[in-house]
Design a protein around this ligand. Structure first.
Ligand code: GLC
Length: 475
């Protein structure tokens, strides 16, 4: 008989249902990659998400499923599951509590989010019981779903839950969920009593999940090392060190079907490593669309993603002003922090025709930028994995990155891109000068592009590593 491991994958967001950040890319692609792994054991991975308003509005084929309730302050709060499929994978959405009270996936009110995601996390345990489908592994992601693992660990005397093991993937350590004392009390959970965790962490969702999970995974090997140090560990480095072999780093993969410059319908011209000249048509289309000058010999620099201090947007804005002696153009696409958005608009106003700041979330425009720009800027202060640099390489857009986290694991200096150490505009400018010195030498530049395009960013290897963890936990 073929051996199958049942895995329930919990996330706050997942492509194609709802996306705010990189977690959605992972949650929408890793479960499918795990299901598609050849060989044994087979993984029956299923995905569960909160039924956010945005999902309700977008997805027509939601079938109503089981109903159950979750205890809050001694009262029964009703919940209902809706089901659909992604390819052949069952996907569950939980409705109830405050899940659909706000329009957004993440609220600006932290207390609201804590309540909503605590309800969701506890619902997931009751959902498996109501479905009569017992996972061998609960695989949670980030703080939003971490309490499911904590509740699981504290309920080992429950015969239905006793044998379930758990994995927590860390996409962003600094976001821990805040003080959840109220929510723990309301849902009948006690704070953890273990001095291995610092006091302040005894009531926060992410640390409780880190404490409870049987295995912890950070989304790149370098980030897994970095968060064992005071600089990146957010006060939990000693605790994480103490988890020893239960903690590892596995690099995220990409959905290489969706991210394929040879087939991407959002591009003006498709291309591959043998037809790099076709990229020019994308560049021209981009420049026309954004009302920029069309200067063929001038490199087009790009930044795509959340406008956030984590991403080092301020570093790019400062660097641009320090580096006007060389010819370049720049496009910035993204949304986020209001003062950084203003800074980007000011840069555009000061360099008309040369800089364009598109303060928006526009996925097709993002694809055109990957397919048309020459240099991709990613000076992140920290970067657990980062997907944009991998996409950029696949699309022949040469990355200039800060050597941190997944950026360090995926970009090789002088081979597939350029790296710098310090999180300063000066360090970025120096790396950009290295890049732009090579840019005019077409053969050398194309070598960089082709090296990047030849990298294997698919999920296959990483999915196999996750499978090894599942196997080791289930014996
Ligand atoms: C978070 C991290 C990013 C990572 C993504 C997916 O958004 O900031 O580095 O790529 O999660 O794991």
């Amino acid at each position: 008989m073929t051996k199958t491991i049942n895995i329930l994958f919990l996330a706050s967001e997942a492509e194609p249902f709802v996306k705010v950040g990189g977690l959605a890319d992972v949650a929408g692609s890793l479960p499918l990659a795990l299901r598609a792994l050849p060989g044994e054991p087979c993984l029956d991975v299923r995905l569960v998400l909160p039924l956010h308003q945005a999902i309700q509005a977008n997805s027509a084929n939601l079938m109503p499923g089981v109903e159950f309730s979750v205890q809050r302050n001694g009262a029964d709060i009703p919940a209902q599951v809706f089901e659909t499929r992604l390819e052949d994978m069952p996907v569950y959405f939980v409705a109830g509590g405050s899940i659909s009270e706000e329009a957004t996936v993440y609220s600006s009110n932290p207390t609201f989010d804590r309540e909503k995601y605590t309800f969701f996390s506890l619902s997931v345990l009751e959902m498996t019981r109501a479905l009569g489908w017992r996972p061998d592994i609960l695989h949670a992601n980030d703080w939003h779903t971490a309490l499911a693992l904590y509740a699981l660990r504290t309920r080992r005397s429950d015969p239905f839950l006793a044998s379930i093991r758990s994995v927590l993937t860390l996409h962003n350590l600094p976001y821990m969920g805040g003080d959840g004392s109220q929510q723990l009390a309301a849902y009948g959970l006690n704070p953890v009593e273990d001095e291995a965790l610092p006091r302040w962490a005894h009531t926060q969702p992410l640390p409780l999940g880190l404490w409870a999970a049987d295995a912890l995974v950070a989304v790149s090997p370098t980030y897994a090392q970095e968060i064992l140090t005071p600089e990146f560990g957010c006060g939990l480095h000693n605790f994480l060190r103490g988890r020893g072999d239960a903690f590892s780093g596995i690099l995220n993969g990409l959905d290489t079907v969706s991210w394929d410059p040879a087939a991407d319908p959002a591009l003006a011209a498709n291309f591959d490593a043998l037809s790099l000249a076709s990229r020019l048509a994308n560049r021209t289309a981009l420049q026309i669309r954004l009302g920029m000058q069309d200067d063929p010999g001038v490199p087009l620099l790009a930044m795509v993603g959340r406008i956030d201090p984590q991403k080092g947007v301020d570093i790019v804005l400062d660097a641009a002003r320090q580096f006007v002696d060389l010819p370049w153009q720049m496009v910035i696409l993204g949304k986020g922090d209001a003062s950084l958005e203003d800074g980007a608009r000011r840069l555009e106003a000061d360099f008309p025709g040369r800089v364009r700041a598109v303060i928006d979330y526009d996925a097709p425009l993002g694809r055109l930028i990957y397919g048309g720009a020459d240099v991709f800027l990613m000076p992140s202060r920290y970067e657990p994995c980062g997907l944009a640099q991998m996409i950029a390489m696949r699309y022949g857009c040469v990355p200039v990155v800060r050597a941190t986290g997944g950026l360090k694991d995926t970009v090789a200096e002088g081979q597939t891109g350029f790296r710098f150490e310090e999180a300063t505009a000066e360090a970025l400018v120096e790396a950009l000068r290295r890049a732009l010195t090579i840019y005019p030498e077409q053969a050398k530049w194309q070598k960089l592009q082709r090296n990047g395009m030849a990298q294997d960013f698919s999920w296959t290897k990483s999915a196999q590593r996750y499978r090894m963890i599942y196997q080791s936990l289930t014996g």
